[in-house]
Design a protein around this ligand. Structure first.
Ligand code: TNX
Length: 766
């Protein structure tokens, strides 16, 4: 036995002299080290799966692998427990072998040889990750849950040494805003396990629904688990519209246990989140005596932050939460309970005699310290049940309780502050980890909360902030992708938002930083897409979206996938594989609707881009502006005359000024007859984008003396909502060299000092 062991270990060390060939290994996340060998292993109906006897968790891993392999191959594989590690590995066998010499607790060595496969690991978790790698080595067909006949079940011979970079590799799912059934939660867990995630943060309570049964307080799921109706469209749309349908859902304790066990078998620890003191409307609707005003309260039916929160002055609140947490701690075996702590307005506490009394008796300075008091008390309660708390980075405000772990979401600062205080942090800044954000041009994507986060940007994420010392960096446990579901109402949409961004994050969390390579990741991702397809995952094809720029009268098209060929049309029809391909910029001499899509292996995997370019007399003409745009420049210097029209939800072509008027003076370079001048403006009051008060147009031949040729006051009666409006002026063929347009800003919001924005896209001169 020893001999064979030594022999295979020798192989590892001599293999270092071989060139490391990675193109055969298309696994995600990328393993630490992979050496390709001659030949391949073939899985046959007669292949035996060998695993150690008397080790329940190892048997689970072997069975898990057999389950997957049988589902996709249709083979009835045989599992054989062994008593001692066999002295020689038999032909046609896949061996799971406990091996104390593997250093990392989640590490493994996978040896795929033409005659056998060996997965060695110190723990069953390591063996599980080895099995996941082996599964991907068999190719995309191994993702299928129904037998596929036409596949050769072979894996390239190789030796892979692998272990994770971070110990906390998390994905989150909000089941409060929308509820997802147990069947989907299990599937989500499977998808996480496939990508070697080991934590599932289950966001179980929020304003819009309490989703976990608590035996002592049945009204939580009975009342708190139901809302009257749900907002339709975006929270910034006005007037708000509702669907008129009650929306209910919760998990029984039995279901929770079932999910916990399912996750355990996939080496995933669940972190349950019970939100407090804010995001508590659903709990207050069920037990109004826990709020400062006593209610009545309603389960929220729209999205946002709500002022009614748990009363911090009432001891009943803590008794109630202690009872709730007792049941929660008993259900979830992990060491952590997430207690929320984010976005807790202090309005009610300021006006609440009990809260104010607490502030004085506890000698607290203010409501921030009352929040800190609240969290500290809860952390003591959780400690009594043998657990530790995680909280959103707001738990730093007013003092971080000892032993608490910070989940840093408003950038990296919360995480940095925690590590500097010698406490643990999990990173999930909105900038790189919010998978509820748009992943491509919002104009083309399904409605989402906002933001912009591409798969490439997720891949570029570095969880350890550069400002940390090596000692502080040890306190960064890892990172997490967050899937908030205000705008995600179906399992399909969860998959769409989570994948492939979770694939990128899995590599950020698993693969050593110096082995990460964006180009190679994209190459493997293309292959992995087929694996996801076979798993039936509704991943976003946004990666294949075509981007267009119109410059100097020419359109250039590009897509993130360098191997794709871009096909386009200029006649409004959908592109076909036989349509012209984009090889050099396309000249446009008249207003045109362009359609384009990326062709890969004879198919269009992504969306068809549709854009309208306006060719007009001011196209590409230079202009001056008194105030230059900063953040929203429309992408180029003369974006107001670049022929590109802005879209709702998309900022690409809009030029925005905050608290300033637009006053472009366009030089048409020669005296030009003008029939019409028109301009679009954007209204998005939720984003402080307001209509102009007025628009006035002037012309001139010398650039100094301007005459007004038309002025329009913009009615301000319909102020709310998101829309695009157009204003046009008929000039009846006046000849002029210079055109000046003055769009007067809306000005500060009445009753507040907030500065509004004004957004224009194009000044069209015809
Ligand atoms: C902020 S992240 C929240 C959530 C929202 C999310 C939407 C955090 C701790 N709080 O309640 O769902 O933004 O992106």
């Amino acid at each position: 036995m020893r001999r064979l062991f030594l022999f295979t270990f020798l192989l590892y060390s001599t293999s270092k002299s071989l060139a490391q060939v990675s193109t055969v290994v298309t696994v995600i996340p990328q393993p630490v080290q992979a050496y390709v060998r001659e030949g391949k292993f073939e899985l046959k109906p007669t292949t035996r799966i060998h695993f150690p006897q008397g080790k329940a968790d190892w048997a689970t891993v072997a069975q898990y692998f057999m389950g997957i392999a049988q589902a996709s191959t249709g083979f009835q594989l045989t599992g054989i427990p062994y008593q001692t590690v066999p002295t020689s590995l038999r032909e046609n066998g896949i061996y799971f072998i406990p091996d104390e010499r593997i250093e990392q607790s989640e590490g493994y060595q996978l040896e795929i040889m033409p005659l056998f496969v060996a997965i060695r690991a110190r723990t069953a978790a390591g063996a599980f990750y080895g099995a996941q790698t082996l599964r991907q080595m068999f190719g995309p067909s191994m993702g299928s849950s129904t037998p596929t006949k036409d596949s050769a079940w072979t894996a390239a011979a190789c030796i892979i040494t692998d272990y994770p970079r971070f110990s906390y590799r998390g994905m989150h799912l909000d089941v409060s805003r929308h509820f997802f059934p147990v069947t989907f939660i299990k599937r989500y867990i499977d998808l996480l396990a496939t990508h070697k995630f080991n934590r599932f943060h289950w966001h179980l309570t929020d304003d819009q629904g309490w989703r976990i049964e608590i035996k002592k307080y049945p009204r939580l799921h009975q009342i708190g688990g139901c809302r009257e109706e749900t907002l339709v469209g975006h929270a910034t749309d006005a007037p708000p519209r509702f669907d008129g349908k009650p929306y209910c859902g919760y998990y029984t304790q039995e279901e929770i246990r079932e999910v916990v066990e399912y996750a355990r078998q996939r080496f995933i620890t669940i972190i349950p989140e019970i939100e407090m003191p804010g995001h508590a409307s659903a709990a207050l609707a069920a037990y109004p005596e826990l709020g400062c005003t006593g209610g009545p309260y309603k389960v929220a039916k729209t999205w946002g932050v709500f002022e009614d929160v748990f009363c911090a002055g009432n001891d009943k609140t803590f008794e109630f939460l202690a009872d709730v947490l007792k049941e929660v701690c008993a259900l979830f075996p992990g060491e952590y309970i997430h207690i929320g702590g984010d976005e807790c307005p202090k309005t009610r506490w300021k006006a609440c005699p009990k809260c104010q009394k607490r502030i004085s008796t506890e000698k607290l300075k203010n409501e921030d310290q009352l929040q800190s008091y609240f969290i500290r008390r809860i952390s003591e309660i959780v400690a009594r049940y043998g657990k530790k708390i995680i909280g959103w980075d707001e738990i730093l405000e007013g003092g971080l309780p000892a032993g608490a772990t910070v989940m840093s979401w408003r950038g990296n600062d919360g995480g940095i502050a925690a590590t500097k205080a010698g406490q643990y942090a999990i990173m999930c800044p909105t900038s790189h980890c919010y998978f509820d954000y748009y992943q491509s041009d919002p104009a083309q994507e399904p409605l989402a909360i906002g933001g912009f986060l591409t798969v490439q940007r997720v891949y570029d994420y570095e969880p350890v902030p550069a400002s940390l010392t090596a000692e502080e960096a040890r306190f960064i446990l890892g990172a997490q992708g967050n899937v908030w579901t205000e705008y995600i109402s179906t399992p399909e949409q969860v998959e769409y938002m989570a994948f492939p961004r979770a694939c990128a994050l899995s590599e950020v969390l698993w693969t050593p930083a110096n082995k990460r390579a964006p180009g190679d990741f994209m190459r493997r991702l293309r292959n992995h897409f087929r694996f996801l397809e076979n798993m039936g995952v509704n991943y976003a094809r946004s990666y294949y979206d075509v981007k267009a720029t119109f410059n100097g009268g020419y359109v250039s098209l590009s897509t993130a996938d360098a191997q794709a060929q871009i096909k386009y049309t200029l006649d409004g029809s959908d592109p076909k594989p036989t349509s012209p391909g984009m090889y050099s910029p396309i000249p446009l001499s008249k207003t045109t609707t362009l359609k384009a899509a990326a062709l890969v292996d004879g198919k269009f995997p992504g969306r068809i881009l549709t854009v309208r370019y306006v060719v007009h007399k001011a196209l590409n003409k230079p202009y001056t502006l008194s105030t230059q745009p900063s953040q929203y420049s429309g992408g180029e210097k003369y974006a107001l005359t670049n022929g590109s029209i802005g879209a709702l939800r998309s900022w690409y072509h809009w030029v925005g000024l905050q608290d300033a008027d637009f006053d472009p003076v366009i030089d048409l370079e020669t005296i030009t007859p003008i029939q019409k001048i028109s301009v679009n403006f954007l209204v998005g009051t939720g984003y402080l984008i307001y209509p102009p008060r007025s628009i006035e147009v002037f012309t001139s031949n010398d650039g100094e003396n301007f005459a007004s040729v038309g002025k329009r006051e913009i009615p301000v009666n319909e102020l709310v909502g998101n829309r695009i409006e157009n204003v046009s002026f008929n000039l009846n063929g006046i000849g002029a060299r210079y055109v000046k347009l003055v769009a007067q800003r809306y000005g500060p919001l009445p009753g507040s000092n907030e500065k509004t924005w004004l957004f224009l896209d194009e000044i069209m001169v015809e």
